[in-house]
Design a protein around this ligand. Sequence first.
Ligand code: ARG
Length: 589
Amino acid sequence: MEQILHVITAEVKKAFMECGYDEEYAKVTLSNRPDLCEYQCNGAMAAAKRYKKAPFVIADEVSGKLAGNAMFASAESVKPGFLNLKLDNLFLAEYLRNMQQDQERFGCEKAKASKTFMIVYGGPNVAKPLHVGHLRSAVIGESIKRLGRFVGHTMIGDVHLGDWGLQMGLIIIELKARQPELVYFNESYTGEYPLEAPFTISELEEIYPTASAKSKEDTAYKDEAMQATYELQHGRRGYQALLSHILNVSVTDLKKNYQNLNVDFDLWKGESDAQPYIPDMVEAFRKDGYAYISDGALVVDVKEETDTKEIPPCMILKSDGASLYNTTDLATIVWRMQDYHPDGIIYVVDKRQELYFTQVFRCARKTHLVKPDTSLKFLGFGTMNGKDGKPFKTRDGGIMRLESLVSEINEEMYQKIKGNHTMDEDEARETARIVALSAMKYGDLSNQASKDYIFDIDRFTSFEGNTGPYILYTIVRIKSILAKYQASGHTVEGAQILPARSESEKALMLELSRFHPAIETAFAELAPHKVCAYIYGLANAFNHFYHETKILTEENADVRAGYICLLNLVKGILEKCIDILGFSAPEHM
Ligand code: ARG
Protein backbone atom coordinates (compact mmCIF):
# COMPACT_ATOMS: atom_id res chain seq x y z
CA MET A 1 0.00 0.00 0.00
CA GLU A 2 1.09 3.53 -0.70
CA GLN A 3 1.91 5.48 2.47
CA ILE A 4 -0.92 7.79 3.44
CA LEU A 5 1.26 10.89 3.16
CA HIS A 6 2.12 9.94 -0.42
CA VAL A 7 -1.56 9.40 -1.26
CA ILE A 8 -2.40 12.84 0.11
CA THR A 9 0.56 14.49 -1.60
CA ALA A 10 -0.44 13.02 -4.97
CA GLU A 11 -3.89 14.57 -4.63
CA VAL A 12 -2.52 17.97 -3.65
CA LYS A 13 -0.04 17.85 -6.55
CA LYS A 14 -2.89 17.29 -8.94
CA ALA A 15 -4.65 20.35 -7.55
CA PHE A 16 -1.52 22.52 -7.89
CA MET A 17 -1.08 21.42 -11.49
CA GLU A 18 -4.71 21.95 -12.38
CA CYS A 19 -4.32 25.51 -11.11
CA GLY A 20 -1.27 25.94 -13.35
CA TYR A 21 1.47 25.58 -10.74
CA ASP A 22 4.39 23.22 -10.65
CA GLU A 23 3.72 20.10 -8.64
CA GLU A 24 7.02 20.51 -6.76
CA TYR A 25 5.24 23.05 -4.55
CA ALA A 26 2.71 20.51 -3.36
CA LYS A 27 4.83 19.31 -0.47
CA VAL A 28 2.58 18.00 2.28
CA THR A 29 3.75 17.41 5.85
CA LEU A 30 2.26 16.35 9.13
CA SER A 31 0.72 19.40 10.74
CA ASN A 32 2.77 21.18 13.37
CA ARG A 33 -0.48 22.65 14.68
CA PRO A 34 -2.60 19.55 15.31
CA ASP A 35 -5.17 21.80 16.93
CA LEU A 36 -5.83 23.42 13.54
CA CYS A 37 -5.36 20.63 11.03
CA GLU A 38 -3.94 17.16 10.43
CA TYR A 39 -1.69 17.78 7.43
CA GLN A 40 -0.44 20.98 5.93
CA CYS A 41 1.09 22.33 2.74
CA ASN A 42 3.14 25.53 2.75
CA GLY A 43 4.01 25.35 -0.95
CA ALA A 44 2.06 28.48 -1.91
CA MET A 45 4.58 30.54 0.06
CA ALA A 46 7.44 29.32 -2.11
CA ALA A 47 5.40 29.36 -5.33
CA ALA A 48 4.53 33.02 -4.73
CA LYS A 49 8.02 34.17 -5.68
CA ARG A 50 8.11 32.27 -8.92
CA TYR A 51 4.59 33.14 -10.05
CA LYS A 52 4.73 36.67 -8.68
CA LYS A 53 1.41 36.37 -6.91
CA ALA A 54 0.40 36.76 -3.29
CA PRO A 55 0.79 33.38 -1.54
CA PHE A 56 -2.75 33.59 -0.28
CA VAL A 57 -4.10 33.86 -3.82
CA ILE A 58 -2.34 30.61 -4.78
CA ALA A 59 -3.39 28.80 -1.60
CA ASP A 60 -6.94 29.96 -2.19
CA GLU A 61 -7.02 28.66 -5.75
CA VAL A 62 -5.67 25.26 -4.70
CA SER A 63 -8.08 25.08 -1.79
CA GLY A 64 -10.89 25.83 -4.25
CA LYS A 65 -9.73 22.94 -6.43
CA LEU A 66 -9.71 20.59 -3.47
CA ALA A 67 -13.17 21.61 -2.32
CA GLY A 68 -15.49 18.66 -2.61
CA ASN A 69 -12.57 16.21 -2.97
CA ALA A 70 -13.56 12.97 -1.23
CA MET A 71 -10.17 12.69 0.45
CA PHE A 72 -10.58 15.82 2.52
CA ALA A 73 -13.08 16.93 5.11
CA SER A 74 -11.58 20.38 4.63
CA ALA A 75 -8.74 22.00 2.69
CA GLU A 76 -8.66 25.50 3.99
CA SER A 77 -6.44 28.36 2.88
CA VAL A 78 -5.21 30.47 5.73
CA LYS A 79 -3.32 33.75 5.60
CA PRO A 80 -0.60 34.39 4.66
CA GLY A 81 -0.76 31.35 2.36
CA PHE A 82 -0.99 28.04 4.19
CA LEU A 83 -3.14 25.14 3.19
CA ASN A 84 -4.62 23.34 6.21
CA LEU A 85 -5.85 19.84 5.49
CA LYS A 86 -8.19 17.55 7.39
CA LEU A 87 -8.88 14.07 6.10
CA ASP A 88 -12.33 12.86 5.31
CA ASN A 89 -13.47 10.28 7.88
CA LEU A 90 -14.64 7.77 5.30
CA PHE A 91 -11.38 8.07 3.34
CA LEU A 92 -9.41 7.41 6.53
CA ALA A 93 -11.62 4.46 7.50
CA GLU A 94 -11.13 2.95 4.05
CA TYR A 95 -7.39 3.38 4.29
CA LEU A 96 -7.39 1.48 7.60
CA ARG A 97 -9.67 -1.22 6.20
CA ASN A 98 -7.07 -1.83 3.51
CA MET A 99 -4.33 -2.03 6.11
CA GLN A 100 -6.38 -4.54 8.05
CA GLN A 101 -6.73 -6.82 5.04
CA ASP A 102 -3.11 -7.73 5.56
CA GLN A 103 -2.74 -9.16 9.07
CA GLU A 104 0.98 -9.78 8.59
CA ARG A 105 2.31 -6.46 7.33
CA PHE A 106 -0.69 -4.13 7.55
CA GLY A 107 -0.08 -3.13 3.96
CA CYS A 108 3.47 -2.03 4.63
CA GLU A 109 5.34 -2.73 1.40
CA LYS A 110 8.74 -4.37 1.49
CA ALA A 111 11.77 -2.30 0.51
CA LYS A 112 12.07 -2.15 -3.30
CA ALA A 113 15.71 -3.16 -3.22
CA SER A 114 16.19 -5.92 -0.69
CA LYS A 115 19.71 -5.95 0.69
CA THR A 116 21.81 -8.24 2.83
CA PHE A 117 23.18 -6.83 6.05
CA MET A 118 25.35 -8.54 8.60
CA ILE A 119 24.70 -7.20 12.03
CA VAL A 120 27.31 -7.72 14.71
CA TYR A 121 26.02 -7.48 18.25
CA GLY A 122 26.18 -9.20 21.59
CA GLY A 123 29.98 -9.40 21.72
CA PRO A 124 30.15 -11.56 24.86
CA ASN A 125 33.47 -12.92 26.05
CA VAL A 126 33.92 -16.62 26.52
CA ALA A 127 34.28 -17.79 30.13
CA LYS A 128 33.32 -14.40 31.49
CA PRO A 129 29.75 -13.90 32.63
CA LEU A 130 27.60 -11.43 30.74
CA HIS A 131 27.48 -8.13 32.54
CA VAL A 132 25.15 -5.19 32.12
CA GLY A 133 27.50 -3.69 29.54
CA HIS A 134 26.47 -6.48 27.19
CA LEU A 135 22.77 -5.79 27.63
CA ARG A 136 22.55 -2.78 25.36
CA SER A 137 24.35 -4.40 22.46
CA ALA A 138 22.05 -7.43 22.64
CA VAL A 139 18.84 -5.48 23.00
CA ILE A 140 19.54 -2.82 20.38
CA GLY A 141 21.10 -5.25 17.90
CA GLU A 142 18.21 -7.69 18.15
CA SER A 143 15.65 -4.98 17.48
CA ILE A 144 17.52 -3.61 14.47
CA LYS A 145 17.80 -7.11 13.05
CA ARG A 146 14.05 -7.60 13.41
CA LEU A 147 13.29 -4.14 12.07
CA GLY A 148 15.44 -4.81 9.00
CA ARG A 149 13.73 -8.13 8.38
CA PHE A 150 10.32 -6.53 8.60
CA VAL A 151 11.38 -3.85 6.14
CA GLY A 152 12.35 -6.67 3.76
CA HIS A 153 16.09 -7.08 4.05
CA THR A 154 18.14 -10.17 4.77
CA MET A 155 19.67 -9.61 8.19
CA ILE A 156 22.37 -11.98 9.42
CA GLY A 157 23.10 -11.62 13.11
CA ASP A 158 26.58 -12.59 14.32
CA VAL A 159 27.45 -12.71 18.01
CA HIS A 160 31.21 -12.16 17.51
CA LEU A 161 32.40 -14.02 20.57
CA GLY A 162 35.47 -12.78 22.36
CA ASP A 163 37.21 -16.15 22.31
CA TRP A 164 40.78 -15.26 21.52
CA GLY A 165 43.58 -14.01 23.66
CA LEU A 166 45.09 -14.15 27.10
CA GLN A 167 41.91 -15.18 28.89
CA MET A 168 42.24 -18.63 27.32
CA GLY A 169 45.82 -19.05 28.46
CA LEU A 170 44.83 -17.96 31.96
CA ILE A 171 42.11 -20.57 32.18
CA ILE A 172 44.45 -23.24 30.88
CA ILE A 173 47.21 -22.65 33.40
CA GLU A 174 44.84 -22.25 36.32
CA LEU A 175 43.27 -25.56 35.38
CA LYS A 176 46.72 -27.09 35.15
CA ALA A 177 47.57 -25.83 38.65
CA ARG A 178 44.44 -27.49 39.99
CA GLN A 179 44.40 -30.72 38.01
CA PRO A 180 47.88 -31.32 36.56
CA GLU A 181 47.03 -34.98 35.95
CA LEU A 182 44.53 -34.12 33.20
CA VAL A 183 45.47 -35.67 29.88
CA TYR A 184 45.32 -32.27 28.12
CA PHE A 185 48.60 -31.31 29.76
CA ASN A 186 50.48 -34.43 28.72
CA GLU A 187 52.44 -33.42 25.63
CA SER A 188 53.27 -36.96 24.60
CA TYR A 189 49.59 -37.96 24.54
CA THR A 190 48.40 -38.69 20.99
CA GLY A 191 45.01 -40.31 21.60
CA GLU A 192 41.51 -38.89 21.51
CA TYR A 193 40.53 -36.41 24.23
CA PRO A 194 37.46 -36.94 26.45
CA LEU A 195 34.15 -35.61 25.13
CA GLU A 196 33.12 -34.38 28.54
CA ALA A 197 34.58 -31.03 29.70
CA PRO A 198 36.68 -31.17 32.88
CA PHE A 199 34.67 -28.26 34.39
CA THR A 200 31.13 -26.91 34.64
CA ILE A 201 30.07 -23.39 33.74
CA SER A 202 30.10 -22.25 37.35
CA GLU A 203 33.61 -23.64 37.80
CA LEU A 204 34.68 -21.93 34.60
CA GLU A 205 33.23 -18.64 35.77
CA GLU A 206 35.20 -18.96 38.98
CA ILE A 207 38.44 -20.13 37.33
CA TYR A 208 38.76 -17.13 35.04
CA PRO A 209 38.49 -14.31 37.59
CA THR A 210 40.76 -16.20 39.98
CA ALA A 211 43.39 -16.63 37.28
CA SER A 212 43.00 -13.06 36.11
CA ALA A 213 43.49 -11.72 39.65
CA LYS A 214 46.55 -13.93 40.19
CA SER A 215 48.15 -12.77 36.96
CA LYS A 216 47.99 -9.18 38.13
CA GLU A 217 50.00 -10.00 41.24
CA ASP A 218 52.34 -12.63 39.90
CA THR A 219 54.41 -11.93 36.78
CA ALA A 220 55.68 -15.50 36.49
CA TYR A 221 52.08 -16.69 36.45
CA LYS A 222 51.23 -14.15 33.78
CA ASP A 223 54.21 -15.17 31.67
CA GLU A 224 53.08 -18.76 31.92
CA ALA A 225 49.60 -17.75 30.74
CA MET A 226 51.09 -15.85 27.83
CA GLN A 227 53.16 -18.86 26.90
CA ALA A 228 50.08 -21.11 27.08
CA THR A 229 48.18 -18.65 24.90
CA TYR A 230 51.00 -18.70 22.40
CA GLU A 231 51.10 -22.50 22.34
CA LEU A 232 47.33 -22.67 22.01
CA GLN A 233 47.46 -20.30 19.08
CA HIS A 234 50.24 -22.30 17.51
CA GLY A 235 48.46 -25.60 17.52
CA ARG A 236 49.19 -27.42 20.79
CA ARG A 237 46.65 -30.25 20.65
CA GLY A 238 45.79 -30.60 24.32
CA TYR A 239 45.19 -26.87 24.64
CA GLN A 240 43.04 -26.79 21.54
CA ALA A 241 40.95 -29.59 22.98
CA LEU A 242 40.54 -27.51 26.14
CA LEU A 243 39.59 -24.49 24.06
CA SER A 244 36.73 -26.42 22.48
CA HIS A 245 35.53 -27.47 25.93
CA ILE A 246 35.68 -23.87 27.13
CA LEU A 247 33.77 -22.76 24.03
CA ASN A 248 31.10 -25.44 24.32
CA VAL A 249 30.42 -24.92 27.98
CA SER A 250 30.44 -21.18 27.63
CA VAL A 251 28.32 -20.99 24.50
CA THR A 252 25.68 -23.33 25.95
CA ASP A 253 25.38 -20.98 28.90
CA LEU A 254 25.39 -17.85 26.73
CA LYS A 255 22.63 -19.27 24.55
CA LYS A 256 20.49 -19.86 27.61
CA ASN A 257 21.07 -16.31 28.81
CA TYR A 258 20.31 -14.76 25.45
CA GLN A 259 17.22 -16.90 25.11
CA ASN A 260 15.93 -15.44 28.37
CA LEU A 261 16.32 -12.05 26.75
CA ASN A 262 14.55 -13.19 23.58
CA VAL A 263 17.73 -12.55 21.63
CA ASP A 264 19.16 -14.96 19.08
CA PHE A 265 21.96 -15.09 16.57
CA ASP A 266 22.28 -16.73 13.17
CA LEU A 267 26.01 -17.09 13.53
CA TRP A 268 28.03 -17.97 16.59
CA LYS A 269 31.36 -17.00 15.11
CA GLY A 270 34.11 -15.69 17.25
CA GLU A 271 37.39 -13.88 17.08
CA SER A 272 39.13 -17.26 16.76
CA ASP A 273 37.34 -17.91 13.46
CA ALA A 274 39.15 -14.95 11.93
CA GLN A 275 42.64 -16.14 12.78
CA PRO A 276 43.19 -18.36 9.71
CA TYR A 277 42.57 -15.33 7.47
CA ILE A 278 45.18 -13.15 9.14
CA PRO A 279 48.44 -14.31 7.43
CA ASP A 280 47.19 -13.85 3.86
CA MET A 281 45.53 -10.57 4.69
CA VAL A 282 48.66 -9.18 6.30
CA GLU A 283 50.77 -10.40 3.41
CA ALA A 284 48.52 -8.59 0.94
CA PHE A 285 48.66 -5.38 3.00
CA ARG A 286 52.43 -5.57 2.78
CA LYS A 287 52.61 -6.52 -0.88
CA ASP A 288 50.20 -3.78 -1.96
CA GLY A 289 52.23 -1.25 0.00
CA TYR A 290 49.53 -0.31 2.50
CA ALA A 291 51.34 -1.58 5.57
CA TYR A 292 54.71 -0.37 6.77
CA ILE A 293 56.86 -0.76 9.86
CA SER A 294 56.71 2.02 12.39
CA ASP A 295 58.52 1.66 15.73
CA GLY A 296 58.77 -2.05 15.04
CA ALA A 297 55.03 -2.49 14.59
CA LEU A 298 53.24 -3.06 11.29
CA VAL A 299 50.70 -0.29 10.66
CA VAL A 300 48.41 1.12 7.98
CA ASP A 301 47.89 4.88 7.83
CA VAL A 302 44.25 5.87 7.92
CA LYS A 303 44.29 9.61 8.41
CA GLU A 304 42.54 11.80 5.85
CA GLU A 305 43.11 15.39 4.82
CA THR A 306 39.75 16.54 6.04
CA ASP A 307 40.27 15.16 9.56
CA THR A 308 39.81 17.74 12.27
CA LYS A 309 41.26 15.48 14.94
CA GLU A 310 44.16 13.11 14.85
CA ILE A 311 43.30 9.61 13.64
CA PRO A 312 46.23 7.36 14.55
CA PRO A 313 47.37 4.60 12.18
CA CYS A 314 45.66 1.23 12.38
CA MET A 315 48.04 -1.23 14.05
CA ILE A 316 48.13 -4.63 12.35
CA LEU A 317 50.91 -6.53 14.09
CA LYS A 318 52.78 -5.71 17.28
CA SER A 319 56.59 -5.66 17.18
CA ASP A 320 56.63 -9.27 18.46
CA GLY A 321 54.45 -10.29 15.51
CA ALA A 322 51.31 -10.77 17.63
CA SER A 323 47.99 -9.74 16.10
CA LEU A 324 45.55 -7.41 17.84
CA TYR A 325 41.85 -6.75 18.33
CA ASN A 326 42.08 -4.66 15.09
CA THR A 327 43.64 -7.45 13.13
CA THR A 328 40.86 -9.80 14.15
CA ASP A 329 38.12 -7.34 13.21
CA LEU A 330 39.74 -6.80 9.80
CA ALA A 331 40.21 -10.52 9.15
CA THR A 332 36.59 -11.07 10.19
CA ILE A 333 35.58 -8.70 7.39
CA VAL A 334 37.51 -10.97 5.02
CA TRP A 335 35.39 -14.07 5.71
CA ARG A 336 32.19 -12.05 5.97
CA MET A 337 32.72 -10.69 2.45
CA GLN A 338 33.84 -14.06 1.09
CA ASP A 339 31.06 -16.17 2.54
CA TYR A 340 28.09 -13.80 2.75
CA HIS A 341 28.68 -10.93 0.26
CA PRO A 342 26.82 -8.43 2.44
CA ASP A 343 25.77 -5.01 1.12
CA GLY A 344 26.60 -3.67 4.53
CA ILE A 345 27.87 -4.56 7.98
CA ILE A 346 26.38 -2.91 11.05
CA TYR A 347 28.31 -2.98 14.35
CA VAL A 348 26.36 -2.42 17.55
CA VAL A 349 29.11 -1.67 20.04
CA ASP A 350 29.78 0.69 22.96
CA LYS A 351 30.33 4.19 21.57
CA ARG A 352 33.65 4.42 23.38
CA GLN A 353 34.97 2.19 20.57
CA GLU A 354 34.06 4.74 17.90
CA LEU A 355 37.58 5.90 17.09
CA TYR A 356 38.70 2.29 16.94
CA PHE A 357 36.01 1.46 14.38
CA THR A 358 36.83 4.57 12.36
CA GLN A 359 40.34 3.15 12.02
CA VAL A 360 39.13 -0.34 11.18
CA PHE A 361 36.62 0.88 8.57
CA ARG A 362 39.09 3.19 6.91
CA CYS A 363 41.70 0.48 6.82
CA ALA A 364 39.19 -1.99 5.33
CA ARG A 365 38.25 0.50 2.59
CA LYS A 366 41.76 1.58 1.82
CA THR A 367 42.98 -2.01 1.50
CA HIS A 368 39.86 -3.03 -0.48
CA LEU A 369 38.69 -5.68 1.95
CA VAL A 370 35.22 -4.38 1.10
CA LYS A 371 33.73 -3.16 -2.14
CA PRO A 372 33.41 0.60 -2.57
CA ASP A 373 29.65 0.39 -2.14
CA THR A 374 29.67 -1.89 0.89
CA SER A 375 28.43 0.16 3.82
CA LEU A 376 30.21 -0.15 7.16
CA LYS A 377 28.15 1.35 9.91
CA PHE A 378 29.06 1.85 13.52
CA LEU A 379 26.07 2.14 15.81
CA GLY A 380 27.65 3.22 19.07
CA PHE A 381 25.52 3.12 22.17
CA GLY A 382 25.91 5.11 25.36
CA THR A 383 26.45 3.86 28.88
CA MET A 384 23.77 2.45 31.10
CA ASN A 385 24.06 4.36 34.34
CA GLY A 386 22.66 3.88 37.82
CA LYS A 387 20.48 6.48 39.54
CA ASP A 388 23.66 8.23 40.72
CA GLY A 389 24.53 8.94 37.10
CA LYS A 390 27.57 6.64 37.22
CA PRO A 391 27.96 3.34 35.32
CA PHE A 392 25.56 0.76 36.72
CA LYS A 393 27.07 -1.28 39.56
CA THR A 394 26.00 -3.77 42.20
CA ARG A 395 25.19 -2.43 45.68
CA ASP A 396 28.73 -3.09 46.82
CA GLY A 397 30.21 -1.38 43.79
CA GLY A 398 31.09 -4.47 41.74
CA ILE A 399 30.24 -5.21 38.13
CA MET A 400 26.60 -6.23 37.89
CA ARG A 401 26.02 -9.59 36.24
CA LEU A 402 23.29 -9.52 33.67
CA GLU A 403 21.63 -12.52 35.30
CA SER A 404 21.39 -10.68 38.61
CA LEU A 405 19.90 -7.64 36.95
CA VAL A 406 17.31 -9.82 35.22
CA SER A 407 16.38 -11.58 38.48
CA GLU A 408 16.11 -8.29 40.30
CA ILE A 409 13.72 -6.81 37.78
CA ASN A 410 11.73 -10.08 37.54
CA GLU A 411 11.29 -10.04 41.31
CA GLU A 412 10.23 -6.39 41.33
CA MET A 413 7.63 -7.14 38.67
CA TYR A 414 6.44 -10.27 40.48
CA GLN A 415 5.80 -8.23 43.63
CA LYS A 416 3.66 -5.84 41.60
CA ILE A 417 1.73 -8.54 39.81
CA LYS A 418 1.18 -10.79 42.84
CA GLY A 419 -1.45 -8.33 44.00
CA ASN A 420 -3.54 -9.51 41.07
CA HIS A 421 -5.81 -12.00 42.79
CA THR A 422 -6.90 -13.86 39.66
CA MET A 423 -3.48 -15.39 39.07
CA ASP A 424 -1.85 -18.44 40.57
CA GLU A 425 1.82 -18.45 41.51
CA ASP A 426 3.11 -19.98 38.26
CA GLU A 427 1.17 -17.67 36.04
CA ALA A 428 2.23 -14.67 38.11
CA ARG A 429 5.89 -15.68 37.79
CA GLU A 430 5.61 -16.20 34.04
CA THR A 431 3.69 -12.95 33.57
CA ALA A 432 6.25 -11.11 35.68
CA ARG A 433 9.00 -12.47 33.44
CA ILE A 434 7.27 -11.28 30.27
CA VAL A 435 6.46 -7.85 31.66
CA ALA A 436 9.91 -7.44 33.22
CA LEU A 437 11.52 -8.11 29.86
CA SER A 438 9.41 -5.37 28.31
CA ALA A 439 10.40 -3.02 31.14
CA MET A 440 14.08 -3.67 30.59
CA LYS A 441 14.06 -3.61 26.80
CA TYR A 442 11.70 -0.68 26.36
CA GLY A 443 13.57 1.25 29.06
CA ASP A 444 16.67 0.86 26.93
CA LEU A 445 15.24 1.12 23.43
CA SER A 446 13.08 4.19 24.07
CA ASN A 447 16.27 6.24 24.43
CA GLN A 448 18.26 7.30 21.44
CA ALA A 449 20.93 4.57 21.32
CA SER A 450 23.93 6.91 21.35
CA LYS A 451 22.85 8.61 24.58
CA ASP A 452 23.70 7.42 28.08
CA TYR A 453 20.64 6.59 30.12
CA ILE A 454 19.71 5.93 33.71
CA PHE A 455 18.51 2.45 34.46
CA ASP A 456 15.69 3.23 36.86
CA ILE A 457 13.88 0.04 37.89
CA ASP A 458 11.04 1.93 39.57
CA ARG A 459 10.32 3.99 36.51
CA PHE A 460 10.84 1.18 33.98
CA THR A 461 8.47 -1.19 35.78
CA SER A 462 5.73 1.40 36.21
CA PHE A 463 2.44 0.71 34.44
CA GLU A 464 2.10 4.40 33.70
CA GLY A 465 4.15 6.71 31.53
CA ASN A 466 6.45 5.92 28.65
CA THR A 467 7.28 2.35 29.69
CA GLY A 468 7.14 -1.20 28.37
CA PRO A 469 4.57 -2.28 30.98
CA TYR A 470 2.30 0.61 29.93
CA ILE A 471 2.37 -0.60 26.32
CA LEU A 472 1.66 -4.19 27.44
CA TYR A 473 -1.08 -2.99 29.75
CA THR A 474 -2.74 -1.31 26.77
CA ILE A 475 -2.54 -4.50 24.72
CA VAL A 476 -3.92 -6.57 27.59
CA ARG A 477 -6.78 -4.09 28.00
CA ILE A 478 -7.67 -4.49 24.32
CA LYS A 479 -7.43 -8.29 24.55
CA SER A 480 -9.83 -8.27 27.47
CA ILE A 481 -12.38 -6.12 25.61
CA LEU A 482 -12.13 -8.40 22.58
CA ALA A 483 -12.58 -11.49 24.77
CA LYS A 484 -15.66 -10.01 26.46
CA TYR A 485 -17.13 -9.10 23.11
CA GLN A 486 -16.68 -12.65 21.91
CA ALA A 487 -17.96 -14.14 25.14
CA SER A 488 -21.17 -12.17 24.76
CA GLY A 489 -21.80 -14.13 21.57
CA HIS A 490 -21.10 -11.35 19.09
CA THR A 491 -18.90 -11.63 16.04
CA VAL A 492 -17.29 -9.09 13.74
CA GLU A 493 -18.25 -11.09 10.69
CA GLY A 494 -19.21 -8.71 7.90
CA ALA A 495 -18.31 -5.72 10.08
CA GLN A 496 -15.64 -3.16 9.26
CA ILE A 497 -13.92 -0.08 10.57
CA LEU A 498 -16.39 2.80 10.32
CA PRO A 499 -15.74 6.51 9.84
CA ALA A 500 -14.71 8.14 13.11
CA ARG A 501 -17.53 9.41 15.29
CA SER A 502 -15.47 11.48 17.70
CA GLU A 503 -12.28 13.51 17.90
CA SER A 504 -10.53 10.86 19.97
CA GLU A 505 -11.49 8.12 17.55
CA LYS A 506 -10.18 10.13 14.64
CA ALA A 507 -6.94 10.87 16.45
CA LEU A 508 -6.52 7.14 17.05
CA MET A 509 -7.21 6.37 13.39
CA LEU A 510 -4.67 8.96 12.25
CA GLU A 511 -2.03 7.35 14.47
CA LEU A 512 -2.79 3.94 12.99
CA SER A 513 -2.45 5.25 9.46
CA ARG A 514 1.13 6.35 10.26
CA PHE A 515 2.49 2.89 10.96
CA HIS A 516 4.39 2.55 7.66
CA PRO A 517 6.43 5.75 7.80
CA ALA A 518 7.23 5.15 11.47
CA ILE A 519 8.77 1.77 10.68
CA GLU A 520 10.51 2.95 7.55
CA THR A 521 12.16 5.90 9.26
CA ALA A 522 13.17 3.80 12.25
CA PHE A 523 15.10 1.42 10.02
CA ALA A 524 16.56 4.08 7.74
CA GLU A 525 17.98 5.82 10.81
CA LEU A 526 18.73 2.58 12.73
CA ALA A 527 16.61 4.10 15.47
CA PRO A 528 14.46 1.67 17.45
CA HIS A 529 13.52 4.58 19.73
CA LYS A 530 11.34 5.82 16.89
CA VAL A 531 9.31 2.60 17.05
CA CYS A 532 8.92 3.20 20.79
CA ALA A 533 7.83 6.80 20.24
CA TYR A 534 5.31 5.61 17.67
CA ILE A 535 3.70 2.98 19.89
CA TYR A 536 3.68 5.31 22.87
CA GLY A 537 1.67 7.79 20.80
CA LEU A 538 -0.58 5.02 19.56
CA ALA A 539 -1.15 3.62 23.06
CA ASN A 540 -1.96 7.10 24.36
CA ALA A 541 -4.39 7.71 21.51
CA PHE A 542 -6.07 4.40 22.19
CA ASN A 543 -6.39 4.98 25.95
CA HIS A 544 -7.84 8.42 25.35
CA PHE A 545 -10.41 6.95 22.98
CA TYR A 546 -11.14 4.13 25.44
CA HIS A 547 -11.84 6.53 28.31
CA GLU A 548 -14.20 8.60 26.20
CA THR A 549 -16.09 5.85 24.43
CA LYS A 550 -18.59 3.24 25.47
CA ILE A 551 -17.37 0.32 23.46
CA LEU A 552 -19.07 -2.86 24.67
CA THR A 553 -22.15 -1.00 25.87
CA GLU A 554 -22.64 0.82 22.57
CA GLU A 555 -26.24 0.09 21.57
CA ASN A 556 -25.89 0.23 17.80
CA ALA A 557 -24.57 -3.23 16.88
CA ASP A 558 -22.83 -1.99 13.70
CA VAL A 559 -21.06 0.81 15.49
CA ARG A 560 -20.04 -1.59 18.26
CA ALA A 561 -18.70 -4.12 15.75
CA GLY A 562 -16.87 -1.28 13.97
CA TYR A 563 -15.12 -0.37 17.24
CA ILE A 564 -14.11 -3.98 17.70
CA CYS A 565 -12.58 -4.02 14.20
CA LEU A 566 -10.67 -0.87 15.07
CA LEU A 567 -9.42 -2.43 18.32
CA ASN A 568 -8.24 -5.46 16.41
CA LEU A 569 -6.11 -3.24 14.22
CA VAL A 570 -4.67 -1.35 17.20
CA LYS A 571 -3.80 -4.66 18.85
CA GLY A 572 -2.28 -6.07 15.66
CA ILE A 573 -0.04 -3.06 15.12
CA LEU A 574 1.03 -2.77 18.76
CA GLU A 575 1.88 -6.46 18.81
CA LYS A 576 3.82 -6.23 15.57
CA CYS A 577 5.83 -3.31 16.93
CA ILE A 578 6.70 -4.96 20.23
CA ASP A 579 7.73 -8.07 18.34
CA ILE A 580 10.08 -5.87 16.34
CA LEU A 581 11.41 -4.46 19.62
CA GLY A 582 11.95 -8.03 20.85
CA PHE A 583 9.30 -8.63 23.50
CA SER A 584 5.73 -9.85 23.76
CA ALA A 585 2.55 -9.30 25.76
CA PRO A 586 0.98 -11.65 28.31
CA GLU A 587 -2.72 -12.60 28.37
CA HIS A 588 -3.41 -10.88 31.68
CA MET A 589 -1.55 -8.51 33.89
N1 ARG B 1 33.92 -8.59 23.10
C1 ARG B 1 33.98 -7.16 23.12
C2 ARG B 1 33.69 -6.62 24.54
O1 ARG B 1 33.18 -7.32 25.40
C3 ARG B 1 33.00 -6.52 22.18
C4 ARG B 1 33.13 -6.89 20.73
C5 ARG B 1 32.63 -5.83 19.82
N2 ARG B 1 32.58 -6.19 18.43
C6 ARG B 1 33.61 -6.14 17.58
N3 ARG B 1 33.44 -6.53 16.34
N4 ARG B 1 34.78 -5.70 17.92
O2 ARG B 1 34.01 -5.46 24.79
